[in-house]
Design a binder for this molecule. Structure first.
Ligand SMILES: [Zn+2]
Length: 282
């Protein structure tokens, strides 16, 4: 296991997702990263895709031991930022809220709606860190929560791979770990929302608070309870659909990584312009 103490950027792009996404890479280096917010979900795995240094972080930890509501999202984003990551791609499994968004649909949302509860969702809570520094009160804009450049890269990569994605739409993020009731699910659909997941928030919001780009790749694994007509989704079905799609998801993800801009000039990169955060390294 490598030791990260030099402060030299170890990666420029981060991927928060399952271990199936980097398992095939050669020369992956495992690093343990400490953060002021406690431990991330797991070690970070450093590798290279098309010559670009990439940091992979298993969102749920090895063996999928962390449910969505117990993930230390702040530690995860802080660890990637500390390694030098400034652009994050976040693949996730979601339920489709429209009949046409069946299993295997790739949605690249441009909005999310937060229906979580009780999650720590900010770095700017005014509470002192272990080293005594106190963050300022900072309000970042989240009108457009996802990186426009990242979204473009993912949509183009999917099209190149003959996997026509849904370009845009709203990801509603629920607390979980249970799935939606039919009433909840119909309500989400009636609101015009596209897909439902459990991890998109606060992941994207925390990235923006660090000035980090975030792009969601939402893979539909099932139709949500209000749309489907059977017994409701099971965890086993979700895992099976994800496994069937992991190869092409990895291909699209890696193609998108290659085409992410080397120099950023997007809304995310300017989120903290002129702002005093009080946070170390920002
Ligand atoms: Zn951006």
């Amino acid at each position: 296991m490598a030791d990260v103490t030099t402060g030299t950027p170890a990666a420029e792009i981060g991927v928060i997702g399952g271990s199936g996404l980097y398992a095939l890479l050669d020369d992956v280096v495992e690093v343990a990263v400490e953060t002021p917010y406690g431990p991330p979900s797991d070690s970070v795995f450093l590798g290279a895709v098309a010559g670009r240094p990439v940091a992979f972080l298993p969102r749920h930890g090895r063996g999928h031991r962390l449910p969505p509501h117990r993930i230390n999202y702040r530690a995860n984003l802080w660890a990637l930022h500390a390694l030098g990551v400034r652009q994050v791609l976040g693949p996730c499994a979601v339920g489709g809220l429209r009949p046409e968004y069946g299993p295997g649909t790739l949605v690249v949302p441009d909005q999310f709606a937060d229906r979580t509860s009780g999650r720590v969702q900010t770095f700017y809570d005014g509470l002192p860190l272990p080293d005594g520094t106190v963050p300022e009160v900072v309000h970042v804009s989240l009108a457009d929560p996802y990186c426009p450049d990242g979204r473009r890269a993912v949509v183009a990569a999917a099209r190149d791979h003959a996997w026509e994605p849904v370009d845009g739409g709203t990801l509603v993020v629920i607390e979980g770990p249970r799935f939606s009731t039919r009433a909840e699910s119909r309500w989400y659909t009636a609101n015009g929302w596209s897909v439902v997941g459990m991890t998109g928030h606060p992941e994207a919001a925390l990235a923006r608070e660090l000035g980090v780009c975030y792009t969601s790749l939402a893979l539909v694994t099932d139709l949500d309870a209000g749309v489907e007509t059977g017994e409701g989704v099971t965890h086993a079905e979700v895992l099976a659909v994800f496994a069937r799609n992991v190869d092409r998801l990895r291909t699209v993800l890696f193609k998108a990584l290659e085409s992410l801009p080397a120099t950023r000039d997007c809304v995310c990169s300017h989120a903290l312009d002129g702002v005093r955060t009080g946070l170390p390294g920002l």
